[in-house]
Structure formats: structure tokens, C-alpha cells
Design a protein around this ligand. Structure first.
Ligand code: V47
Length: 365
């Protein structure tokens, strides 16, 4: 029998074993208890119930079309103004060429997010999706965070649902989870005061789910938010998932302070990164998957997290700019053989997946 150092986890264990939903107060306990192994033990139980020993990864390529952004979020080191020497916009031809350059590695997903450019027309985005789909029919396009989608609807001069349908027809496959940050108004005012509200992020995903698009969800942690605000964020996601069932994966994102206005804050600790994954697994009882994004938390912590609730290691990524702008020291590419070896060393079974986990297959290498 597992011995908890913190007796308050015994009550939570009873709920977890009975498959009962955890409360707001349970969430606060899970974020606050010093008993990290107890929290991990409970999360591991849920993880094994949901996915057994399977651990998923994907061959994907991130594409960031531009870093020019009309907003200046305090937590972001990626977005710049047009007169910045580091500013860039990729032409559609460059994007298609970059995508083709990786084709030899049988990529199955393009993950596309970028800044809100002041001048690019709606057609740039629509033609990007259409052009990628024409050239790479077998590759799933996961593109545009909620704030980009709202911006695209504005550029298109159409309601969001119509814009989403048009993008869907052009080849959009699903929506990434970025841009959620933390829903609490108090914190958004301080870290992204120009950005859409938490409610707008949730509404945008709800609309996407209604038009038939699946999406992911994230939470940016380790900056100015309180434990209660993290729990509130997770519960709001859980409630939306109860209504739509449209979320596939949750990815906690650890804040990287370097080169941001918030660079006086420390980086997150390994313990907090593990706990974020474990608490998410426990609170988000209706989410199929919880992903350890190795780019942010390092491959070492990502590997450990496979015993703390995570069942997905993301993918090969190839070129990541957003977190590297904020000081991430990880590589930008992870080779399949490394991911597989790390998953096996953790005692798990590596499963290659597509974006929506519709096709998953064990690897025999
Ligand atoms: O939207 C920006 C965050 C996101 C920083 O859906 C930062 O499968 C930490 O959303 N420190 C982009 N985080 C990444 C993202 C993502 C990554 C992997 C998989 C998926 C998925 C989504 O990164 C942004 C923002 O929330 N971010 N700046 C920073 N300094």
C-alpha cells in the first residue's frame, strides 16, 4: 500500500479510486502539498487507467510564419514590431519549401502559430492552409491559436464560425492549444493586457468544437498566478469539455522568463513542472491525453513525467521559435530514436500517433 506523507491525500485517493470528480479544494491541496510523490502516484494511477503503458509521440514540424505582432504581451519574447531587426515574415513559397524540406522524415503534422501581423491579408492564411494541403495531402494541419482565429475572422469580415468553416474546407485539421495563458482577469491584466479575455479563448474553442474541429488546451504557469487561479483555469477547461468533448490533449506550459518584461521572475523548477502535469491529469478527468512538451520542460523532466500523469511526449518539432526566444536551452529537434529510447527506459510502450490519436501504432525498432 502507498503511504502518503500528507494525510489530506488519503481522501483524494478515495475519490480517484472511485472515479469521482475532484473539487476546487482538492485541486488546491494537490498544488500545495509537499508530498509530490503522493500527487505523482495518484496521477500515475489515472494515467495508467486511461492509456495503460502506452506513451504517444508524433512526427511533427512547427511553422511560425511571422513574429511581427500588434500586441506586446509581457510574457512573450517572440513577438516584435515590424521595425525590429529580428522581425520576419515568411512568404508562402518559403513556408511550402520549408515544409517540403522535411518531407523525407514522413512528418504527419504541421503545427502553425505566429504573431498577429498588422498588414497580412486573410488570403495569406487561407492560401497557406490550402497550399500546404494541396502539396502534402497526408499531413494534418493544426493551426492558429484562438487569438489568431479571432483576428482572422476580423480580417475576413465574417463571423468566427464561417471563417472556421472556410479554413476547414481549405484543409485545416484542428486547433492548437496555445494562447490560453491563465484565464484569471487579475493576471491577464498584468501579463497580456491587450489579449483576448479568458472567456473569449473558451468561446472560440467552443465555436471550433461546434463546427467539428477538435482542439488542444494549455495553461501557462510559473509567473504571477496563484494556486487558486491555476485550479480555476483547469476547472473552466473541464466544464467546457463536459459541454463539447472537443478537447484532445492538455499541455501545461512552463513560463520561460528570459528576454521578456517578466525576466525578474525565476524559471520554473523541475518539481513544479512535474506537479503541473500530475495535477492536470487528476483535475482534467475528461481529457483523453496530457502532454509533456519536452521543449519547455527539458527531455529529462518529460521522461520522468511519464510516471507523473503524462502519456504523450509531443514530437520531433524540428524548428521551435517561441520558447527559444524566451531562453529555452533545449534542442529544436528530437530524433525519433531518442524519443523511443527515453519512453522505453521509463518502462512505457512507445506509440507513434497522428494528431487526433485516430491511428496509433507501436514502434518495433
Ligand atoms: O501561445 C509564449 C506560450 C504558446 C512563452 O497544442 C510561452 O499541441 C512559456 O501553445 N514562456 C505556444 N510559454 C506553444 C503552444 C503549444 C506548444 C506545444 C504543443 C501545443 C499543442 C501547443 O507558448 C503560446 C504561449 O501560451 N508562450 N511565450 C514564454 N516566454
Amino acid at each position: 500500500m502507498f503511504e502518503y506523507l500528507d494525510s489530506s491525500l488519503v481522501k483524494i485517493e478515495a475519490k480517484v479510486l472511485a472515479g469521482e470528480r475532484l473539487s476546487f479544494d482538492d485541486g488546491v491541496t494537490l498544488w500545495s502539498t509537499p508530498d509530490i510523490l503522493g500527487v505523482g502516484h495518484l496521477a500515475n494511477h489515472v494515467r495508467e487507467q486511461v492509456s495503460g503503458n502506452e506513451t504517444f509521440f508524433i512526427h511533427n514540424r512547427h511553422i511560425n510564419p511571422t513574429n511581427i505582432c500588434i500586441h506586446s504581451c509581457q510574457f512573450c519574447a517572440f513577438g516584435v514590431k515590424g521595425d525590429n531587426p529580428d522581425a520576419y515574415v515568411k512568404s508562402l513559397e518559403t513556408i511550402f519549401d520549408d515544409a517540403a524540406a522535411y518531407k523525407g522524415g514522413k512528418v504527419s503534422e504541421f503545427h502553425i502559430v505566429g504573431g498577429l501581423h498588422p498588414d497580412l491579408p486573410y488570403s495569406y492564411y487561407l492560401d497557406m492552409v490550402r497550399g500546404l494541403k494541396e502539396r502534402f495531402q497526408e499531413v494534418h494541419i493544426q493551426a492558429f491559436t484562438a487569438i489568431e482565429l479571432d483576428y482572422l475572422a476580423e480580417l475576413a469580415g465574417k463571423p468566427l464560425d464561417e471563417t472556421l468553416k472556410e479554413l476547414l474546407d481549405a484543409g485545416l485539421g484542428s486547433i492548437p492549444g496555445g494562447g490560453a495563458e491563465i484565464f484569471a482577469k487579475r493576471v491577464r491584466k498584468k501579463i497580456c493586457n491587450e489579449k483576448l479575455t479568458g472567456k473569449m479563448w473558451l468561446d472560440t474553442h467552443e465555436t471550433a468544437h461546434k463546427v467539428g474541429l477538435k482542439s488542444n488546451a494549455t495553461m501557462l504557469y510559473g509567473h504571477l498566478e496563484t494556486v487558486e487561479e491555476r485550479v480555476d483555469h483547469l476547472i473552466q477547461l473541464r466544464e467546457l469539455q463536459d459541454r463539447t468533448g472537443g478537447f484532445v490533449t492538455f499541455i501545461p506550459l512552463s513560463f520561460h522568463p528570459e528576454n521578456t518584461v517578466l525576466d525578474f521572475l525565476p524559471s520554473t523548477s523541475g518539481q513544479l513542472d512535474l506537479r503541473a502535469l500530475a495535477v492536470s491529469r487528476l483535475m482534467l478527468d475528461n481529457f483523453p491525453h496530457v502532454k509533456a512538451f519536452w521543449i519547455m520542460i527539458t527531455p529529462r523532466i518529460a521522461q520522468l513525467s511519464l510516471s507523473f500523469g503524462a502519456d504523450d511526449m509531443d514530437g520531433t518539432v524540428v524548428e521551435e521559435k517561441i520558447i527559444h526566444a524566451a531562453g529555452a536551452s533545449t534542442d529544436q529537434i528530437f530524433h525519433q530514436s531518442t524519443i523511443i529510447a527515453m519512453i522505453r527506459e521509463a518502462g512505457r510502450v512507445p506509440m507513434e500517433r497522428d494528431t487526433l490519436y485516430e491511428e496509433t501504432r507501436p514502434v518495433h525498432a
